[in-house]
Design a protein around this ligand. Structure first.
Ligand code: WQD
Length: 339
């Protein structure tokens, strides 16, 4: 019996693939390389010492999906595939709604036809909208989201929930990620954003290796300890391991349930810059500029439900996240581009 990872060549997907292979699971990966590179597949094989089945396919292609289920004995799906750039989603809403929802519709139809009823869905804390009281619990109010990307996550959560309630899925777990950062300790896989990074950590790490001149700190007048934005950063390996716990939970149950996957600790932008300097020994020059539209002051999790129900808890702290992120960046200054 195998686990299908849609978008399994991406940042979170590749790290989850490594953990599944290490746990002895058989894995099938489907990816169209729209936000990843083929070289990551061999990096995964090198780390895990195991092979897995791979399909280069656009998941909106119903025949391609049908073929994957026909050729493999798939008993569960971890659904990562989707467009995820917040800013791009604001500029191209039709592209985002059409792509992300069509992928999920086609996947769920193929799962139903194949009799595969277990899904773990890659969701996001962005579904909580802007007004949540911290720390965020799974019962915190959902929405209004601040961008089409976040809205597609909320819509997909609703679609999956309704399918499970109607018996068209047996069991589903919705994992609401906070801020995944870091890299596998081998330095062989990590975060490789297209173009100039939107997110803080990859931006800092590119400044540390001299690819970018300085970090722009988006605002220092927030009502936080040092005035800069506070987020719940979580090591991508901790996040990957949460997916294995979620698979076990979904396989045992017949329900749909959401879990916050964070550490429960908020760190400011300046905390992260300092931690990265300490971890890398590198200067990380920064300048404070205007706030970024759509940003909130604080966003961090109450992860106690995942601890209780999934028996999962984050192990790694901010220093380890920065050490591993720097090792990846310094070993791969141009990411996965041909060396
Ligand atoms: C973190 C903090 C910024 C960049 C986003 C998505 C969310 C999820 C995670 C997918 C904020 C500040 C950032 C920079 C800065 N993605 N910052 N300078 O916005 O919390 O979440 O990524 O699921 O959906 O919204 O992450 O890393 O962009 O920002 O000062 O160059 O760093 O203001 O306070 P964010 P981020």
């Amino acid at each position: 019996m195998a686990v299908l990872l849609t978008g399994g060549a991406g940042f979170i997907g590749s790290h989850t693939c490594v953990e599944l292979l290490a746990a002895g699971r058989d894995v099938v990966v489907a990816d169209n390389f729209s936000n990843s590179k083929p070289v990551v597949l061999d990096r995964i094989r090198k780390i895990s010492g195991r092979d897995f089945v791979f399909y280069e396919t656009d998941l909106r292609d119903a025949d391609g999906l049908r073929r994957i289920f026909a050729e493999n004995d798939i008993d569960a799906v971890i659904h990562f595939a989707g467009l995820k750039a917040v800013g791009e989603s604001v500029a191209k809403p039709l592209y985002y709604y059409s792509h992300n929802l069509t992928v999920t519709f086609e996947l769920c139809k193929a799962m139903r036809e194949a009799g595969c009823g277990v899904m773990v869905f890659s969701s996001s804390a962005t579904v909580y909208g802007q007004n949540g009281k911290m720390p965020l619990g799974e019962d915190s109010p959902l929405g209004p989201t601040t961008n089409p990307y976040g809205e597609t996550k909320l819509m997909q959560e609703r679609i999956i929930t309704d399918l499970q309630r109607a018996g068209e899925l047996r069991s589903a777990v919705l994992l609401r990620y906070f801020n995944p950062i870091g890299a596998h300790p081998s330095g062989l896989i990590g975060e490789d954003p297209n173009g100039i990074p939107n997110n803080l950590l990859p931006y800092i790490s590119q400044v540390a290796v001299g690819k970018l001149p300085y970090v722009k700190v988006y605002g220092n007048d927030y009502p936080t300890r040092d005035g800069t934005g506070v987020r719940d950063y979580i090591h991508v390996v901790d996040l990957a391991r949460a997916h294995l716990k979620a698979l076990d939970y979904a396989a045992r149950k017949s329900c749909v349930r959401a879990f916050n996957i964070g550490t429960g600790t908020g760190y400011s932008v300046l905390d992260v810059i300092k931690a990265f300097r300490d971890a890398s020994g590198k200067k990380v020059p920064y300048r404070t500029v205007h706030r970024r539209p759509g940003d909130v002051a604080e966003c961090y999790a109450d992860p106690s439900l995942a601890a209780h129900e999934l028996r999962w808890k984050a192990e790694y702290g901010l220093s380890r996240m920065c050490e591993d992120a720097y090792r990846w960046q310094s070993m791969n200054p141009r990411g996965y581009e041909e060396q």
